[in-house]
Ligand binder design. Structure first.
Ligand SMILES: Cc1ncc(COP(=O)(O)O)c(C=O)c1O
Length: 428
């Protein structure tokens, strides 16, 4: 554990280069004063270049489906963007489809599978984001199927493989499961879930919501074949206004809304935004650039995997320091008056999200007090549709969610811990 603190962190030099690439890395966009942005699970800090590339292409009026040079250039940018999405997913086959949001992606794909695949039940978990959960519920109701819900684990903050697998039988039409929770940070064991679920029903359709996990870990469809997954570029250092989905060949062949005459597997509806593809290429370039600092590989996926591995190691070291403290300041686990919820010991099973509460302090009020200290965190409370079911499944009525990013430094974690101590003292 101690090793992780020093060995896994980016060097000072690399971290400084990384930070230079992000907008508003430590500045309030409005007030222009110094601040710590620790709400990356709600929408992450953004790469300046992703936004610049988006804007650059969005200014060009030319329609890609033309024959002139600029049009062809735009097609190349979109094709590169699609290849980069495949790099992120490690998807050699299947289709890529873009939406306005990741929620639309999951609703759409859940609906097509539920309508066209036989089976009397749909299985999901209590930990899902409402986009996946409500899609499963909506289409289970619409097509008269039973909705089966796997329960969460209060120790790990996730859902156990066995809980999911025991809901599945020969009549399961679809399993829809989250990769990592945007409330607890717990990473589910998707590989084992997929293996075990398909032992029961070998041709089971499976959707994995990867919106939370994609910016923090490796997704590998070649290794763990599923039927659909998604990510949201705005939570992945990129631009708001698109949701990206992968569909397996068989899922893409189902009767989606589509334009007849387009090639099989081409599910795009309408004029695509070249800028979004360009922004995703910037995200991929960025992760590969980090990879190139540690590896001599030239293959893009290998560099991407290396970069994402380094991102997750740095984040895990930040998480460890946040929980256990540093030479200078106490960690959350030992500040009296702070409770760390869903605090699973094995940090390799957690994305960089920490759920805390402060004795005697209402969640909203705590968030306000952090804001007064120029720290942005967010309350996840049971009165919100975006947290109610998940929190209640853990027996919680709320938490303060703290979600830094790999571009944060140990010094920033220390600053957060010091302010937390100050807030605790002020409310004793
Ligand atoms: C785990 C998870 N899935 C899905 C979504 C939905 O993403 P979008 O806002 O792009 O619809 C979110 C957004 O918070 C999320 O955290």
């Amino acid at each position: 554990m101690v090793k992780l603190k020093t060995e896994a962190l980016f060097s000072e030099e690399l971290l400084s280069e990384i930070r230079g690439r992000f907008a508003y890395i430590d500045i309030d966009p409005l007030k222009q004063n110094k601040r710590l942005f620790f709400d990356n699970a709600g929408g992450s800090l953004k790469l300046k270049s992703a936004n610049e590339e988006f804007a650059k292409y969005d200014l060009i009026p030319d329609h890609p489906l033309r024959e002139h040079e600029t049009a062809k250039y735009l097609v190349n940018v979109e094709q590169k963007g699609e290849r980069d999405i495949r790099t992120i997913f490690n998807a050699k086959n299947g289709s890529i489809k873009t939406y306005l949001t990741a929620s639309q992606a999951i609703f759409d794909i859940t609906g097509v599978i539920a309508e066209n695949i036989e089976g009397t039940n749909i299985v999901t978990t209590a930990l899902e984001h409402p986009s996946a959960y409500d899609a499963a519920k909506f289409y289970a109701n619409k097509f008269g199927k039973e909705l089966r819900i796997a329960k969460t684990n209060r120790v790990t903050g996730g859902v156990d493989v066995e809980e999911i697998v025991k809901q599945i039988d020969n009549e399961t039409c679809l399993l829809s499961v989250i990769y990592a929770s945007n409330i607890s940070g717990a990473i589910l064991d998707i590989e084992t879930i997929v293996d075990e679920a398909r032992k029961i029903k070998p041709d089971l359709y499976i959707i994995v919501d990867a919106v939370q996990h994609a910016p923090h870990g490796i997704i590998d469809i070649e290794n763990t074949p599923i039927d659909a997954t998604n990510f949201a570029p705005y939570k992945f250092f990129g631009v708001k206004g698109s949701g990206i989905a992968y569909l397996s060949d068989r899922a893409a062949k189902l009767p989606h809304h589509r334009l007849y005459g387009k090639e099989d597997g081409d599910l795009e509806l309408g004029g695509s935004a070249t800028g979004h593809f360009a922004a995703i290429s910037e995200i991929t370039d960025y992760v590969c650039w980090i990879g190139s600092k540690f590896s001599k590989e030239v293959d893009r996926r290998s560099l991407y995997v290396e970069g994402m591995t380094r991102i997750s190691l740095h984040e895990r070291a930040l998480l460890e320091n946040m929980l256990n403290g540093t030479d200078k300041v106490k960690g959350l686990r030992s500040i009296q008056g702070v409770t760390v919820h869903l605090d699973y010991e094995d940090l390799s099973k957690r994305d960089l999200i920490i759920a805390i509460s402060i004795d005697g302090l209402d969640y909203k009020e705590a968030v306000k007090q952090y804001e007064a200290e120029n720290i942005i965190v967010y309350e996840r409370v049971a009165s919100s549709i975006y947290s109610k079911r998940m929190l209640e499944s853990f027996g919680l009525d709320g938490v303060i969610r703290v979600s830094p990013l790999h571009c944060n430094s140990i010094e920033e974690i220390e600053e957060f811990l010091e302010i937390t101590q100050k807030i605790v003292m002020a409310n004793k």
